[in-house]
Every structure is written in C-alpha cells, then in structure tokens.
Design a binder for this molecule. Structure first.
Ligand code: GLC
Length: 566
C-alpha cells in the first residue's frame, strides 16, 4: 500500500520565480569543515586556510555542493573559534584574507559554494568592543553594547542572578570595578546587547563584508539566543526554567529576534544570487523552528531530529514525515544532520546501546567513562552509520555532512584532561563535562606520514594509532571503504536529484522503510537484523549491495532506472 506524502515545497510557481542559481541550497550536500582540524599547510599543528586550499581536489572528488567553514576568525580559542575577536578578518595562525580569497576562488572554480559561520550572540572578550567596555567603566556607552549589571549583596559581590551558563558554572562574571557581565557560554564569550543599534549595524557590515568577498551563505550560531528581555527584577534560574519558550522567554527563542533576521534578509537580497542562511536554533518545537526558516528570515534552519534519534525505523520515519510537512508549510527545504562539531560522531553513537529517550548529547556518558571497548560494537556503529547516511542522501532537502564522517571516523575518547581544549570539559554543564574534542581531532590523510599527513609533526589534538585504518589514502584505494561509498553516493545523488517530495512504500516490516522520489529513485533501509528480501519488481539496485537478493540488516540500497544515470 502506498501512502502519498503531502510534500510539495518546491512548486512550479516558485520555480519560475527563482533561478536555479538562487535555489542551489534547497537540496545541497554541504560539508562542514572545522578549519583548525582539517589540514595544516604550515605545519604548526593547527589546520589553516591554505591547508583547506591544498585539499580542494579532495572536496571536488567527494562530490559535495558546498562547504560550511566553522569560524576561522581571530580568536583566543576559548571555545574552538566560536569566541570571535574580529568578525572581518582571518586568524593569523590560519592565514590571511588573501588566503581566504584564494580558497574561495579555488572552490568556486570547481563549482563548490561556501558558507561561513556568523556568531552574533557573543563576541570574544578580546574583541575591541569588550576591551573598550572594560576600560570605559560602569555606565559607559561602551558597556551598553554588552550586558553589564550591578551585583547583589552589600557590596555587589553576588552575581545579579543565579543563572547558569550553557557550559556550566555561573553565567555572570565580575570585572575589576565590581560590575558583572552576562555570558550564556564561556566566560570569554560576553553576550552582546541586541537592543543596541551599533550591534545591529555592525553585523550588517559583517554580512556585507563576506558577501562582497563572494561568500554564498551563512550559518548562524545559536540563532535563537540574540535578543533578550532583561527588565528588572530578573527572574531566578528556577523561574526561568519554568517559563514557556513560546516567544516570550527572557533569553531564548524570542519573537523579536526575527526582526533582526528580517533586516539580514534585506541584505541577503541585495546580492545576486541572494545570499543564503541556515539557523542553528535549538528551539522547543518544529513550529518554532519554522520561523527561522521563513523566506523573510534566514530561509533555512537546522533540523537536529535525526541527530537526536535512535537508529530506529519508526523514529526515522516519523521525523522524516514531520519535517517534510513542516518544510512544505514554510516553503523552506529541510536539513538532515547526523554529526557536527558539537556531538559524538554517529559511527560511534550507533555502536552504543539505544538511547531510550535520553536527551540531546548522546554518547557523552560513554566518552566520559573513557570510551570502554566492552560497551561498544564498532562494526555495528559503522554499518548503521553508512546505512543512515545513504538514507539521508536520498531524502528531499539538504544534507549536512561533518568532516571525517566520509571516512567512517569514530569518536576519539582517549584524550587526557591536559590535552582537552573544549571549555565544556572544564566547566561541565549541558555537555556533561567531557567536551567535544573527540569529534574535532585532526583528520588522517595518510596512514604512514607524521600526524597522519595532517601537516606538521604533531596535531593540536592527539590522533590515536587506529586513525591509520581510516586514512584517506587507505580508503581511497579501497572500493569498499566508507570514502568510496560517500563518493559514489554523492555522484549518483547529483544524477538522481529530483523534486522535493517522497512517497512511502509499505514494506510489511516495522524495521524496514522504503520510499520513492517523483522520478522513481527509491531508497530502502533495513534498520533490523533479519535480511529483507527485495521484491523482484522493485527495480535495479544502483547503490548498496544485495546479498542473495536480500538487503542485509543495517543497510540501505538505492534503486533507480539506469536511464536516470545516463
Ligand atoms: C554553537 C556552536 C558551538 C559553540 C556555541 C557557542 O552551539 O555550534 O560549537 O560552542 O554555539 O558559540
């Protein structure tokens, strides 16, 4: 029985108004690069822009449509570069603006678009505005660009509230003259005051700065946090936690943040093709997320639902159905994500016991326990990761891939406290005190070279010996490797890409899902362990393998008419 799905986000009328160039992002495969850990051209142990430039052929061969660069701006690395000291420059350890221009030209030459990260909620404490605010003192105009308050207690020695930062510990820090400033994240990341016109104007300048340099789009860091209602008296933490996140919460997902993005949209539309954006918005419902994805706002928003799901057919099907319906309603396209620089790599997560409803940052307990081998089934993790990725790449909408997942790379759990860099490790909080360094270890390029060919002699985070197995040169030579699978999947995806719709085909099994796209491209994923016999009339398998006519457990196949591949 076939259940028609309602998704028709990309109607003919939109098509006629939008050129293909303007809608490139709708079904793009976007590859996230964490620049400090991708490739290191100058051998100082830290990845850099010339390093990425030296690997442009690799990116082209991988077959992605765009890259998203995590921050490469000047930064003291208090939060992996998400503490930005200057929004319109390159960290000298990572290169220069000329290097950036060369990189973008090399990528564009190969048809690869570029998205850069914008971090508007907070600056680095080394940003000139914050330094000015410290020097100018209480009551100054410079302090008004941030959130400064007097403390409580007889001499203001208590923080203004008992709020906690996302990384754990108090969300207020006291400065020399006794005032306190607010930081949602690390102490070195003071929150900006988005009521301030100079703050708003400066980000418009930054968006134009990078757009003028040819950047195609932006990823907006914690897009749901910028605006705040800090009317006194400020609520306590307990009160804050009880407040609904319905657009009126003092700190999160406020309706008035969309005024900011409406202004940004006008800047994006100044360019041809219009610049695009994708919001990182951890909000309470798909409906709330839709506001960020609206065409009057950022245009697209990350959907982390699969990243938070177990490897489970029913869960996947529900998430897919809901998000496609949501995208259809807003006119946006949905995004699929399994890994990024903030979470345990999915090849590892899928080797661990089911989450059974446990929250967000899965795999954290296992990493915190030092990554005990007895608790993980790595083969299963990798098989499932490959199956899930092939499923994602067959879905309508865009897919965000994280560097290293194309190698099937596992999370590195063996990082000592001395070697760790992530503030989340040191402060605790939402990331459970273990940090996100394990998915940010520099990539292995060559099995036999120092630092696995990353660059110099030693990488800035320790690469384990088993990285050799996953090295690009090893996998490139092996047609059965994860890298070869990603390359083939991305190649076929371009040929098979079609309208943003799917129709489910019932399989008679609760652990197997099957759907077809409008041109007959089909995807079948077996989430279970028992093989699934593919009906004889299904059509030719073009990706993934059948074993005696059956789809093995934890695997995906694509079916398509050979005429689509010509
Ligand atoms: C986002 C980033 C994360 C960073 C945080 C604060 O969630 O993805 O890496 O720590 O924002 O900027």
């Amino acid at each position: 029985m076939t259940e028609a799905l309602l998704v028709d986000a990309h109607t003919d009328s939109t098509d006629s108004q939008q050129t293909a160039a303007a809608s490139w992002w709708r079904q793009a495969a976007v590859y996230q690069i964490y620049p400090r850990s991708f490739a290191d051209a100058d051998g100082d142990g830290l990845g850099d822009l010339p390093g990425i430039r030296s690997r442009v052929d690799y990116l082209a061969e991988l077959g992605i449509d765009a890259i998203w660069l995590s921050p490469f701006y000047p930064s003291a690395l208090a939060d992996g570069g998400y503490d930005v000291a200057d929004y319109r420059d390159v960290d000298p350890r990572l290169g220069t603006l000329e290097d950036f221009d060369e990189l973008i030209a090399a990528l564009h030459e190969r048809g690869i678009r570029v998205i850069v990260d914008i971090v508007p909620n907070h600056t680095s404490d080394l940003h000139e505005w914050f330094q000015e605010a410290l020097a100018a003192g209480r009551g100054s105009a410079a302090r008004d660009r941030y959130v400064f308050r007097e403390g409580k207690g007889a001499s203001g020695e208590e923080p203004p509230t008992d709020w906690e930062s996302v990384f754990g510990g108090p969300a207020w820090e006291r400065v020399e003259d006794g005032q306190w400033y607010f930081h949602n994240f690390a102490t070195e990341q003071p929150d900006l005051n988005w009521d301030h016109p100079e703050v708003r104007a400066d980000f418009l300048k930054t968006l134009r700065f990078w757009s003028d340099r040819g950047v195609d789009g932006f990823r907006i860091d914690v897009a749901h946090m910028l605006t705040k209602d800090l009317t006194e008296p400020l609520p306590s933490r307990a009160e804050l936690e009880r407040m609904p996140q319905d657009g009126t919460h003092p700190l999160l997902d406020r309706d008035d943040v969309h005024e900011v993005y409406a202004e940004w949209r006008r800047v994006f539309e100044e360019y041809d093709p219009p610049r695009t954006a994708v919001a990182e918005a951890w909000v309470s419902s798909p409906e709330r997320r839709a506001k960020y994805a609206s065409a009057e706002g950022l245009g697209q928003a990350f959907n982390f639902d699969l990243l938070e799901a177990d490897f489970d057919a029913a869960e996947f099907r529900t998430v897919i159905t809901d998000n496609l319906a949501q995208a259809a309603e807003t006119g946006s396209s949905t995004t699929w994500v399994l890994s990024n620089h903030d979470v345990t790599r999915h090849a590892t997560r899928y080797g661990l016991p089911p989450l059974a409803g446990r929250p967000v940052k899965q795999g954290t307990e296992w990493v915190a326990a030092g990554g005990p081998e007895a608790d993980i089934d790595r083969d299963q993790g990798l098989r499932r990761a490959r199956a899930a990725t092939l499923l994602l790449l067959g879905l309508p909408g865009s897919t965000y891939l994280y560097q290293g997942e194309e190698l099937g790379l596992q999370e590195v759990a063996a990082i000592t406290a001395e070697q760790r860099q992530d503030p989340a490790f040191f402060r605790g909080g939402e990331y459970d005190g273990l940090g996100r360094d394990g998915c940010r270890v520099p990539l292995p390029w060559s099995a036999d070279r120092p630092a696995f060919g990353f660059g110099g002699a030693v990488a800035h985070l320790p690469q384990p010996a088993w990285f050799a197995e996953y090295a690009v040169d090893v996998e490139a030579a092996d047609p059965t490797s994860t890298l070869s699978l990603y390359r083939e999947a991305l190649r076929l995806r371009r040929l098979l890409q079609t309208e943003e719709r799917l129709e489910w085909i019932e399989t008679g099994r609760t652990d197997v899902i099957r759907f077809t796209r409008p041109n007959g491209w089909q995807v079948v994923t077996n989430f279970g362990t028992a093989p699934f016999p593919l009906p004889a009339e299904a059509g030719p398998v073009v990706l993934g393998a059948l074993v005696d006519g059956e789809i093995a457990g934890a695997s995906t196949v694509w079916i398509a008419s050979p005429s689509l591949l010509e």
